[in-house]
Design a protein around this ligand. Structure first.
Ligand SMILES: NC(=O)C1=CN([C@@H]2O[C@H](COP(=O)(O)OP(=O)(O)OC[C@H]3O[C@@H](n4cnc5c(N)ncnc54)[C@H](O)[C@@H]3O)[C@@H](O)[C@H]2O)C=CC1
Ligand SMILES: O=C(O)[C@H]1O[C@H](OP(=O)(O)OP(=O)(O)OC[C@H]2O[C@@H](n3ccc(=O)[nH]c3=O)[C@H](O)[C@@H]2O)[C@H](O)[C@@H](O)[C@@H]1O
Length: 430
Protein backbone atom coordinates (compact mmCIF):
# COMPACT_ATOMS: atom_id res chain seq x y z
CA UNK A 1 0.00 0.00 0.00
CA UNK A 2 0.97 3.65 -0.35
CA UNK A 3 0.98 5.21 3.11
CA UNK A 4 1.76 8.72 4.33
CA UNK A 5 2.97 9.42 7.87
CA UNK A 6 2.59 13.02 9.04
CA UNK A 7 5.12 13.97 11.73
CA UNK A 8 8.60 12.45 11.82
CA UNK A 9 9.38 12.40 15.55
CA UNK A 10 9.76 9.35 17.78
CA UNK A 11 6.56 7.72 16.66
CA UNK A 12 6.37 8.96 13.06
CA UNK A 13 9.94 8.03 12.11
CA UNK A 14 9.66 4.63 13.73
CA UNK A 15 6.36 3.69 12.12
CA UNK A 16 7.39 5.09 8.72
CA UNK A 17 10.57 2.98 8.71
CA UNK A 18 8.70 -0.09 10.01
CA UNK A 19 5.85 0.22 7.50
CA UNK A 20 8.48 0.40 4.73
CA UNK A 21 10.11 -2.70 6.18
CA UNK A 22 6.74 -4.44 6.10
CA UNK A 23 6.59 -3.82 2.34
CA UNK A 24 4.53 -0.62 2.09
CA UNK A 25 5.59 2.43 0.09
CA UNK A 26 5.81 5.21 2.65
CA UNK A 27 5.97 8.99 2.43
CA UNK A 28 7.03 10.76 5.63
CA UNK A 29 5.80 14.35 5.88
CA UNK A 30 7.24 16.88 8.32
CA UNK A 31 7.35 20.66 8.46
CA UNK A 32 11.01 20.56 9.51
CA UNK A 33 13.17 20.62 6.38
CA UNK A 34 16.23 19.39 8.28
CA UNK A 35 14.39 16.26 9.44
CA UNK A 36 13.13 15.63 5.90
CA UNK A 37 16.59 16.03 4.33
CA UNK A 38 18.14 13.70 6.89
CA UNK A 39 15.45 11.07 6.38
CA UNK A 40 16.01 11.16 2.63
CA UNK A 41 19.71 10.54 3.28
CA UNK A 42 18.72 7.54 5.40
CA UNK A 43 19.47 9.22 8.74
CA UNK A 44 17.16 9.49 11.73
CA UNK A 45 16.85 12.60 13.88
CA UNK A 46 16.14 10.38 16.88
CA UNK A 47 18.26 7.62 18.36
CA UNK A 48 16.53 4.25 18.47
CA UNK A 49 18.22 0.86 18.25
CA UNK A 50 17.58 -0.72 14.83
CA UNK A 51 16.17 2.42 13.26
CA UNK A 52 19.31 3.38 11.32
CA UNK A 53 19.44 -0.05 9.68
CA UNK A 54 15.82 0.21 8.54
CA UNK A 55 16.34 3.72 7.19
CA UNK A 56 19.50 2.72 5.39
CA UNK A 57 17.67 -0.21 3.80
CA UNK A 58 14.57 1.70 2.70
CA UNK A 59 15.30 5.45 2.38
CA UNK A 60 15.21 6.61 -1.22
CA UNK A 61 13.38 3.45 -2.17
CA UNK A 62 10.24 2.41 -0.28
CA UNK A 63 10.62 5.35 2.12
CA UNK A 64 10.70 8.98 1.03
CA UNK A 65 10.32 12.19 3.01
CA UNK A 66 8.91 15.56 2.04
CA UNK A 67 7.52 18.78 3.49
CA UNK A 68 4.73 18.71 0.88
CA UNK A 69 1.34 17.48 2.13
CA UNK A 70 0.39 17.08 -1.57
CA UNK A 71 2.19 13.70 -1.48
CA UNK A 72 -0.87 12.39 0.40
CA UNK A 73 -2.83 12.38 -2.84
CA UNK A 74 -0.82 9.35 -4.03
CA UNK A 75 -1.58 7.40 -0.85
CA UNK A 76 -4.48 5.28 0.37
CA UNK A 77 -3.95 5.99 4.06
CA UNK A 78 -2.37 8.78 6.13
CA UNK A 79 -1.22 8.37 9.73
CA UNK A 80 -1.16 11.47 11.94
CA UNK A 81 1.80 11.15 14.34
CA UNK A 82 1.88 14.74 15.58
CA UNK A 83 2.55 16.00 19.11
CA UNK A 84 -0.35 16.33 21.57
CA UNK A 85 1.31 18.24 24.43
CA UNK A 86 -0.23 19.34 27.73
CA UNK A 87 -1.59 22.78 28.38
CA UNK A 88 -0.70 24.52 31.63
CA UNK A 89 -3.72 22.92 33.37
CA UNK A 90 -2.73 19.44 32.21
CA UNK A 91 -5.41 19.17 29.53
CA UNK A 92 -4.44 18.11 26.03
CA UNK A 93 -3.41 20.79 23.53
CA UNK A 94 -4.75 19.42 20.24
CA UNK A 95 -3.89 22.49 18.18
CA UNK A 96 -0.88 20.95 16.37
CA UNK A 97 -2.69 17.78 15.34
CA UNK A 98 -5.77 19.83 14.47
CA UNK A 99 -3.65 21.93 12.08
CA UNK A 100 -2.16 18.74 10.63
CA UNK A 101 -5.63 17.25 10.13
CA UNK A 102 -6.72 20.38 8.31
CA UNK A 103 -3.66 20.24 6.04
CA UNK A 104 -4.46 16.59 5.24
CA UNK A 105 -8.03 17.63 4.37
CA UNK A 106 -6.75 20.44 2.15
CA UNK A 107 -4.44 18.04 0.33
CA UNK A 108 -7.38 15.71 -0.35
CA UNK A 109 -9.75 18.49 -1.48
CA UNK A 110 -11.22 17.91 -4.93
CA UNK A 111 -9.64 14.47 -5.28
CA UNK A 112 -11.64 11.42 -6.33
CA UNK A 113 -9.84 8.47 -4.77
CA UNK A 114 -10.86 7.28 -1.33
CA UNK A 115 -8.59 7.79 1.67
CA UNK A 116 -8.28 6.66 5.29
CA UNK A 117 -6.91 9.16 7.79
CA UNK A 118 -5.61 7.38 10.90
CA UNK A 119 -5.02 9.16 14.20
CA UNK A 120 -1.83 7.66 15.64
CA UNK A 121 -1.20 10.36 18.26
CA UNK A 122 -2.51 10.01 21.79
CA UNK A 123 -5.74 12.03 22.01
CA UNK A 124 -8.39 12.07 24.76
CA UNK A 125 -11.71 10.35 24.01
CA UNK A 126 -13.86 12.26 21.51
CA UNK A 127 -10.99 14.40 20.12
CA UNK A 128 -11.07 12.58 16.78
CA UNK A 129 -14.81 13.04 16.49
CA UNK A 130 -15.08 16.50 17.99
CA UNK A 131 -11.91 18.21 16.72
CA UNK A 132 -10.03 16.25 14.06
CA UNK A 133 -12.88 15.17 11.80
CA UNK A 134 -14.23 18.75 11.64
CA UNK A 135 -10.67 19.95 10.81
CA UNK A 136 -10.34 17.43 7.98
CA UNK A 137 -13.80 18.40 6.71
CA UNK A 138 -12.93 22.10 6.82
CA UNK A 139 -9.78 21.45 4.76
CA UNK A 140 -11.36 19.05 2.31
CA UNK A 141 -14.60 20.96 1.86
CA UNK A 142 -16.58 17.73 2.17
CA UNK A 143 -18.01 15.57 4.93
CA UNK A 144 -15.99 12.68 6.30
CA UNK A 145 -17.74 9.33 5.96
CA UNK A 146 -18.01 8.85 2.21
CA UNK A 147 -14.77 9.21 0.27
CA UNK A 148 -12.65 10.12 3.30
CA UNK A 149 -12.87 7.93 6.41
CA UNK A 150 -11.13 8.19 9.75
CA UNK A 151 -9.59 5.56 12.05
CA UNK A 152 -7.69 5.58 15.33
CA UNK A 153 -4.69 3.35 15.99
CA UNK A 154 -2.97 4.08 19.32
CA UNK A 155 0.74 3.41 19.70
CA UNK A 156 2.30 1.55 22.62
CA UNK A 157 6.01 1.69 21.72
CA UNK A 158 8.56 2.72 24.34
CA UNK A 159 11.50 5.01 23.75
CA UNK A 160 14.69 2.99 23.59
CA UNK A 161 12.98 -0.09 22.13
CA UNK A 162 10.65 1.61 19.66
CA UNK A 163 11.45 -0.53 16.61
CA UNK A 164 11.08 -3.92 18.30
CA UNK A 165 8.04 -2.71 20.26
CA UNK A 166 6.37 -1.71 16.98
CA UNK A 167 7.37 -4.82 15.03
CA UNK A 168 6.65 -7.28 17.86
CA UNK A 169 3.65 -5.82 19.70
CA UNK A 170 1.50 -7.62 22.29
CA UNK A 171 -1.52 -6.11 20.62
CA UNK A 172 -2.63 -3.96 17.72
CA UNK A 173 -5.70 -1.79 18.32
CA UNK A 174 -7.67 -1.00 15.19
CA UNK A 175 -10.21 1.72 15.90
CA UNK A 176 -12.84 2.47 13.26
CA UNK A 177 -16.51 3.34 13.23
CA UNK A 178 -17.29 1.65 9.91
CA UNK A 179 -16.38 -1.58 8.10
CA UNK A 180 -14.58 0.14 5.26
CA UNK A 181 -12.25 2.00 7.64
CA UNK A 182 -11.58 -1.13 9.68
CA UNK A 183 -10.84 -3.18 6.56
CA UNK A 184 -8.34 -0.64 5.30
CA UNK A 185 -6.64 -0.54 8.71
CA UNK A 186 -6.44 -4.33 8.57
CA UNK A 187 -4.83 -4.06 5.11
CA UNK A 188 -2.16 -1.72 6.50
CA UNK A 189 -1.41 -4.05 9.41
CA UNK A 190 -1.83 -7.36 7.55
CA UNK A 191 1.94 -7.90 7.01
CA UNK A 192 2.65 -7.14 10.68
CA UNK A 193 -0.18 -9.34 11.93
CA UNK A 194 1.07 -12.16 9.72
CA UNK A 195 4.69 -11.74 10.85
CA UNK A 196 4.27 -11.11 14.60
CA UNK A 197 0.83 -12.60 15.33
CA UNK A 198 -0.17 -10.00 17.96
CA UNK A 199 -3.63 -9.92 19.53
CA UNK A 200 -5.81 -7.78 17.27
CA UNK A 201 -8.32 -5.58 19.09
CA UNK A 202 -11.15 -4.22 17.01
CA UNK A 203 -12.52 -1.08 18.63
CA UNK A 204 -14.55 2.00 17.94
CA UNK A 205 -12.58 5.21 17.48
CA UNK A 206 -13.54 6.41 20.97
CA UNK A 207 -12.62 3.08 22.55
CA UNK A 208 -9.25 3.14 20.78
CA UNK A 209 -8.57 6.63 22.12
CA UNK A 210 -9.44 5.49 25.65
CA UNK A 211 -7.47 2.22 25.45
CA UNK A 212 -4.26 4.23 25.02
CA UNK A 213 -4.92 6.37 28.11
CA UNK A 214 -6.11 3.40 30.13
CA UNK A 215 -2.89 1.56 29.22
CA UNK A 216 -0.61 4.39 30.33
CA UNK A 217 -2.71 5.34 33.37
CA UNK A 218 -2.70 1.69 34.51
CA UNK A 219 1.08 1.36 34.15
CA UNK A 220 1.76 4.69 35.90
CA UNK A 221 -0.63 3.70 38.69
CA UNK A 222 0.98 0.27 38.98
CA UNK A 223 4.35 1.96 39.56
CA UNK A 224 2.87 4.44 42.04
CA UNK A 225 1.18 1.60 43.89
CA UNK A 226 4.41 -0.39 44.18
CA UNK A 227 6.11 2.84 45.29
CA UNK A 228 3.50 3.40 47.97
CA UNK A 229 3.82 -0.22 49.10
CA UNK A 230 7.58 0.24 48.96
CA UNK A 231 7.42 3.31 51.18
CA UNK A 232 5.43 1.29 53.69
CA UNK A 233 7.93 -1.59 53.39
CA UNK A 234 10.75 0.83 54.20
CA UNK A 235 8.96 1.90 57.40
CA UNK A 236 8.89 -1.75 58.50
CA UNK A 237 12.43 -2.56 57.41
CA UNK A 238 11.18 -4.80 54.60
CA UNK A 239 12.77 -5.05 51.15
CA UNK A 240 10.03 -4.04 48.67
CA UNK A 241 11.83 -5.85 45.83
CA UNK A 242 11.43 -9.18 47.61
CA UNK A 243 7.77 -8.38 48.14
CA UNK A 244 7.38 -7.36 44.48
CA UNK A 245 9.03 -10.60 43.32
CA UNK A 246 6.50 -12.54 45.35
CA UNK A 247 3.36 -10.67 44.32
CA UNK A 248 4.53 -10.58 40.68
CA UNK A 249 4.20 -14.39 40.63
CA UNK A 250 0.45 -13.93 40.78
CA UNK A 251 -0.57 -13.88 37.11
CA UNK A 252 -3.29 -11.39 37.97
CA UNK A 253 -0.62 -8.92 39.08
CA UNK A 254 2.25 -9.78 36.71
CA UNK A 255 5.96 -9.24 37.29
CA UNK A 256 6.51 -6.21 35.06
CA UNK A 257 6.47 -2.57 36.15
CA UNK A 258 7.01 -3.44 39.80
CA UNK A 259 10.40 -1.74 40.12
CA UNK A 260 9.85 0.66 42.98
CA UNK A 261 11.92 3.76 43.64
CA UNK A 262 11.96 7.37 42.61
CA UNK A 263 9.04 7.06 40.18
CA UNK A 264 8.04 7.59 36.58
CA UNK A 265 8.98 10.37 34.18
CA UNK A 266 9.25 10.75 30.44
CA UNK A 267 7.27 12.48 27.75
CA UNK A 268 4.17 10.33 28.03
CA UNK A 269 3.12 9.00 31.46
CA UNK A 270 3.01 12.47 33.08
CA UNK A 271 1.36 14.10 30.06
CA UNK A 272 -1.17 11.34 29.49
CA UNK A 273 -2.20 10.87 33.13
CA UNK A 274 -2.66 14.64 33.43
CA UNK A 275 -4.68 14.79 30.20
CA UNK A 276 -6.96 11.97 31.33
CA UNK A 277 -7.47 13.60 34.74
CA UNK A 278 -8.32 16.91 33.06
CA UNK A 279 -10.67 15.24 30.56
CA UNK A 280 -12.40 13.31 33.35
CA UNK A 281 -12.90 16.51 35.39
CA UNK A 282 -14.20 18.33 32.34
CA UNK A 283 -16.69 15.50 31.89
CA UNK A 284 -17.78 15.84 35.54
CA UNK A 285 -15.86 12.95 37.13
CA UNK A 286 -13.29 13.37 39.94
CA UNK A 287 -10.39 10.98 39.17
CA UNK A 288 -9.23 10.55 42.77
CA UNK A 289 -7.09 7.48 42.21
CA UNK A 290 -5.26 9.08 39.29
CA UNK A 291 -4.73 12.21 41.40
CA UNK A 292 -3.12 9.98 44.04
CA UNK A 293 -1.01 8.25 41.35
CA UNK A 294 0.52 11.63 40.53
CA UNK A 295 0.81 12.72 44.19
CA UNK A 296 2.76 9.58 45.13
CA UNK A 297 5.02 10.08 42.13
CA UNK A 298 5.66 13.72 42.99
CA UNK A 299 6.63 12.76 46.55
CA UNK A 300 9.33 10.19 45.79
CA UNK A 301 12.17 12.62 44.90
CA UNK A 302 11.39 14.54 48.11
CA UNK A 303 11.65 11.30 50.08
CA UNK A 304 15.10 10.73 48.58
CA UNK A 305 16.21 14.19 49.67
CA UNK A 306 14.85 13.59 53.19
CA UNK A 307 16.82 10.32 53.40
CA UNK A 308 19.95 12.08 52.19
CA UNK A 309 19.45 14.86 54.75
CA UNK A 310 19.54 12.21 57.50
CA UNK A 311 23.13 11.43 56.52
CA UNK A 312 24.48 14.70 55.12
CA UNK A 313 24.33 18.34 56.08
CA UNK A 314 22.98 19.66 52.77
CA UNK A 315 23.77 23.43 52.86
CA UNK A 316 27.19 23.72 51.22
CA UNK A 317 27.49 19.96 50.64
CA UNK A 318 28.75 18.65 47.29
CA UNK A 319 26.19 16.08 46.09
CA UNK A 320 26.67 13.77 43.10
CA UNK A 321 23.53 13.11 41.04
CA UNK A 322 24.05 9.90 39.06
CA UNK A 323 21.64 9.59 36.12
CA UNK A 324 19.73 12.41 34.46
CA UNK A 325 17.72 10.66 31.72
CA UNK A 326 14.14 9.65 32.62
CA UNK A 327 15.15 6.04 32.05
CA UNK A 328 18.26 4.26 30.75
CA UNK A 329 18.93 4.00 27.02
CA UNK A 330 17.89 7.54 26.16
CA UNK A 331 19.11 11.13 26.46
CA UNK A 332 15.51 12.26 27.03
CA UNK A 333 15.19 14.18 30.31
CA UNK A 334 11.56 15.25 29.94
CA UNK A 335 9.95 14.95 33.37
CA UNK A 336 12.98 13.05 34.60
CA UNK A 337 12.89 12.52 38.37
CA UNK A 338 16.38 14.00 38.40
CA UNK A 339 14.85 17.44 37.74
CA UNK A 340 12.93 17.80 41.06
CA UNK A 341 15.87 16.17 42.85
CA UNK A 342 18.35 18.74 41.51
CA UNK A 343 15.90 21.57 42.23
CA UNK A 344 15.47 20.31 45.79
CA UNK A 345 19.23 20.04 46.33
CA UNK A 346 19.83 23.55 44.99
CA UNK A 347 17.02 24.97 47.14
CA UNK A 348 18.69 23.41 50.20
CA UNK A 349 21.97 25.12 49.33
CA UNK A 350 23.80 22.00 48.11
CA UNK A 351 26.28 22.10 45.25
CA UNK A 352 25.28 19.61 42.52
CA UNK A 353 27.70 17.65 40.38
CA UNK A 354 25.76 15.64 37.82
CA UNK A 355 26.67 12.71 35.62
CA UNK A 356 24.80 10.80 32.92
CA UNK A 357 26.33 8.69 30.13
CA UNK A 358 24.36 10.56 27.42
CA UNK A 359 22.03 13.24 28.81
CA UNK A 360 24.29 16.15 29.76
CA UNK A 361 23.37 18.33 26.81
CA UNK A 362 19.63 17.84 27.23
CA UNK A 363 19.82 18.49 30.99
CA UNK A 364 21.98 21.58 30.49
CA UNK A 365 18.89 23.26 29.01
CA UNK A 366 17.19 22.90 32.43
CA UNK A 367 20.24 23.47 34.61
CA UNK A 368 22.96 25.43 32.79
CA UNK A 369 24.75 26.32 36.02
CA UNK A 370 25.34 23.02 37.78
CA UNK A 371 28.56 21.08 37.28
CA UNK A 372 28.58 18.15 34.82
CA UNK A 373 31.25 15.51 35.48
CA UNK A 374 32.92 13.49 32.73
CA UNK A 375 32.35 10.19 34.53
CA UNK A 376 30.53 8.71 37.51
CA UNK A 377 33.93 8.39 39.21
CA UNK A 378 34.62 12.11 38.71
CA UNK A 379 31.18 13.01 40.07
CA UNK A 380 31.70 10.87 43.16
CA UNK A 381 35.22 12.11 43.84
CA UNK A 382 35.09 14.43 46.86
CA UNK A 383 31.28 14.28 47.08
CA UNK A 384 29.51 14.42 50.45
CA UNK A 385 26.72 12.19 49.19
CA UNK A 386 25.21 10.73 46.01
CA UNK A 387 21.71 10.23 44.62
CA UNK A 388 21.11 7.51 42.01
CA UNK A 389 18.28 8.66 39.74
CA UNK A 390 18.48 6.43 36.63
CA UNK A 391 19.11 2.67 36.41
CA UNK A 392 22.01 2.80 33.96
CA UNK A 393 23.94 -0.51 33.97
CA UNK A 394 27.27 1.27 34.45
CA UNK A 395 26.21 2.39 37.94
CA UNK A 396 25.93 -1.26 38.97
CA UNK A 397 29.62 -1.69 38.13
CA UNK A 398 30.75 1.14 40.44
CA UNK A 399 32.97 -0.10 43.25
CA UNK A 400 36.26 1.55 44.37
CA UNK A 401 34.90 4.84 43.06
CA UNK A 402 32.87 5.22 46.27
CA UNK A 403 36.10 5.28 48.25
CA UNK A 404 36.96 8.67 46.73
CA UNK A 405 33.84 10.28 48.18
CA UNK A 406 34.42 12.75 51.02
CA UNK A 407 31.53 11.04 52.84
CA UNK A 408 30.49 7.69 51.35
CA UNK A 409 26.68 8.10 51.42
CA UNK A 410 24.52 6.78 48.58
CA UNK A 411 20.75 7.11 48.36
CA UNK A 412 19.64 4.80 45.57
CA UNK A 413 16.34 5.63 43.84
CA UNK A 414 16.56 2.74 41.34
CA UNK A 415 18.14 -0.21 43.16
CA UNK A 416 21.12 -0.30 40.88
CA UNK A 417 24.15 0.23 43.14
CA UNK A 418 25.33 -2.72 45.18
CA UNK A 419 25.57 -2.26 48.91
CA UNK A 420 29.17 -2.76 50.08
CA UNK A 421 31.37 -2.48 53.14
CA UNK A 422 32.24 1.08 54.09
CA UNK A 423 29.34 2.63 52.19
CA UNK A 424 26.36 4.20 53.90
CA UNK A 425 23.72 2.90 51.53
CA UNK A 426 19.99 3.61 51.64
CA UNK A 427 17.44 2.37 49.14
CA UNK A 428 14.24 4.33 48.81
CA UNK A 429 11.98 1.31 49.25
CA UNK A 430 14.29 -1.34 50.68
N1 LIG B 1 7.34 9.28 22.11
C1 LIG B 1 6.76 8.12 22.43
O1 LIG B 1 7.40 7.21 22.95
C2 LIG B 1 5.29 7.91 22.15
C3 LIG B 1 4.47 8.95 21.73
N2 LIG B 1 3.13 8.73 21.51
C4 LIG B 1 2.27 9.82 21.03
O2 LIG B 1 2.55 10.06 19.64
C5 LIG B 1 2.38 11.44 19.32
C6 LIG B 1 3.65 11.98 18.68
O3 LIG B 1 4.67 11.94 19.64
P1 LIG B 1 6.22 12.00 19.27
O4 LIG B 1 6.50 11.19 18.05
O5 LIG B 1 6.94 11.68 20.53
O6 LIG B 1 6.39 13.55 18.91
P2 LIG B 1 7.70 14.32 18.48
O7 LIG B 1 7.64 15.66 19.10
O8 LIG B 1 8.90 13.46 18.66
O9 LIG B 1 7.55 14.50 16.87
C7 LIG B 1 6.57 15.25 16.25
C8 LIG B 1 7.03 15.65 14.84
O10 LIG B 1 5.94 16.36 14.21
C9 LIG B 1 6.49 17.43 13.42
N3 LIG B 1 5.42 18.41 13.18
C10 LIG B 1 4.91 19.34 14.03
N4 LIG B 1 3.89 20.00 13.43
C11 LIG B 1 3.75 19.48 12.20
C12 LIG B 1 2.83 19.71 11.11
N5 LIG B 1 1.86 20.61 11.20
N6 LIG B 1 2.97 18.97 10.00
C13 LIG B 1 3.95 18.03 9.90
N7 LIG B 1 4.83 17.75 10.88
C14 LIG B 1 4.72 18.47 12.00
C15 LIG B 1 7.65 17.92 14.25
O11 LIG B 1 8.59 18.61 13.42
C16 LIG B 1 8.23 16.59 14.81
O12 LIG B 1 9.21 16.06 13.95
C17 LIG B 1 1.98 12.12 20.64
O13 LIG B 1 0.58 12.18 20.70
C18 LIG B 1 2.51 11.16 21.70
O14 LIG B 1 1.76 11.25 22.90
C19 LIG B 1 2.57 7.49 21.63
C20 LIG B 1 3.34 6.42 22.00
C21 LIG B 1 4.76 6.54 22.29
O1 LIG C 1 2.80 6.54 25.57
C1 LIG C 1 4.01 6.47 25.51
O2 LIG C 1 4.73 7.32 25.00
C2 LIG C 1 4.75 5.29 26.05
O3 LIG C 1 4.95 5.49 27.47
C3 LIG C 1 5.67 4.44 28.12
O4 LIG C 1 6.97 4.30 27.56
P1 LIG C 1 8.23 5.21 27.99
O5 LIG C 1 7.75 6.48 28.62
O6 LIG C 1 9.11 5.28 26.80
O7 LIG C 1 9.05 4.41 29.09
P2 LIG C 1 8.77 3.26 30.17
O8 LIG C 1 9.76 2.20 29.94
O9 LIG C 1 7.36 2.87 30.24
O10 LIG C 1 9.17 4.02 31.52
C4 LIG C 1 8.45 5.14 31.99
C5 LIG C 1 8.93 5.58 33.35
O11 LIG C 1 8.54 4.63 34.35
C6 LIG C 1 9.67 4.28 35.16
N1 LIG C 1 9.48 2.88 35.64
C7 LIG C 1 9.18 1.89 34.76
C8 LIG C 1 8.99 0.59 35.21
C9 LIG C 1 9.09 0.30 36.59
O12 LIG C 1 8.91 -0.85 37.05
N2 LIG C 1 9.39 1.32 37.43
C10 LIG C 1 9.59 2.60 37.01
O13 LIG C 1 9.84 3.50 37.83
C11 LIG C 1 10.87 4.46 34.26
O14 LIG C 1 12.06 4.65 35.00
C12 LIG C 1 10.47 5.70 33.48
O15 LIG C 1 10.79 6.87 34.21
C13 LIG C 1 4.91 3.13 27.91
O16 LIG C 1 5.65 2.05 28.50
C14 LIG C 1 4.68 2.85 26.42
O17 LIG C 1 3.89 1.67 26.27
C15 LIG C 1 3.95 4.04 25.81
O18 LIG C 1 3.74 3.86 24.42
Amino acid sequence: MNIAVVGSGYVGTTIAACFADLGHRVTAIDIDEGIVERLNRGEASIHEPGLDDLLEAHAGDRLRATTDYGAIRDCEATFLALPTPSREDGSIDASIIEAGARSVGEALAGEEGDHLVVVKSTVVPSTTEGTLIPAIEAGAGEAVGERIRVGMNPEFLREGSAVTDFLEPDKVVLGADDDWGRERLFEVFAPLIERAEPAVVEATVREAEMIKYANNAFLATKISLINELGNICKEFGIDAYRVADAIGLDDRIGEQFLRSGVGWGGSCFPKDVDALRAAAREAGYEPELLDATVAVNDRQPERMLALLAEHADLPGARIAVLGLAFKPGTDDVRNSRAIPAIEGLTERGAEVVAYDPVAHETMREHFPDIEYAASAAAALSGADGALVMTDWDEFAALDDEFEDMATPVVIDGRRVVEHREGLVYEGLTW
